[in-house]
Design a protein around this ligand. Sequence first.
Ligand SMILES: [Zn+2]
Length: 281
Amino acid sequence: MIPLLGAVLCGLLLGQLLTLVALRLPRRMQWDLERDVALAHEELGREPVPPVGERPTLLRRGPECLTCGTSLSGAGAVPVVGYLLRNGRCRACGATLPLTGPVVELVLAGAFLALVLQLGATPTALAAAVLVSMLVTLAAIDGRERLLPDALTLPGLWLGLVLNAFGLFVDPTSAILGAAGGYGFLAGSQWLFGRLTGREGIAAGDHKLLAMIGAWLGWQVLPAVLLLALTSAAVLLVLTRILRRTGGPDARTEVAFGPYLVAGALVLLCGGAKYLSALIL
Ligand SMILES: [Zn+2]
């Protein structure tokens, strides 16, 4: 019982930290880009325009309202409960707080619980929790910003290869083929789609994300991850179309694919594979 409670508690608390990373990393990347442009202008002898303010921190400060900057401290900073206590709004300016926080916290708590139930309190479960944490952070960033930062996908990919060099999840050959196959399949599809339609299609970040998933879980999971991702994306797209026809929110013309790939990987990682195969067979 204690490992299960510990898993849920760890998921909620880590979810809160990773929400900060998910909300702040894109702003930090924007700041870094503006600084690099200013440096390049300076080198070329042009008037540099430095980025506004200090470089955004990731974890040095607690959560704040993204609109007015008021700190969300006290009981309001408790995972999930804080969001409910505030009714999803900032008390200072009334702005809606992003749903990212409670969603990331609950998904991590649920996933950690499933991992401990499936693998026990083992080093493998701990490593799987690291993968889940990186994947959920990536999905949260992609869902908000349509961005899958290399700062997360590339270290994630290498870490998966290193762990599987010791056969933690799959054998080294499966991991290498998983990384290359994940990247190659989406990059190849993207190239073909571009040639046929003249449009962009799947973004390069998605190639690296699937390469990362392949590096951790092996090439064998790639068809199932893609199938789950495409099915869930299609179902959601149809639902959004129906909602739009009945006066609901507009469907976005471009859909972030990262969260669906992550959802597919999480279902397989957290033991969904056996239920799925039972359903299919
Ligand atoms: Zn506010």
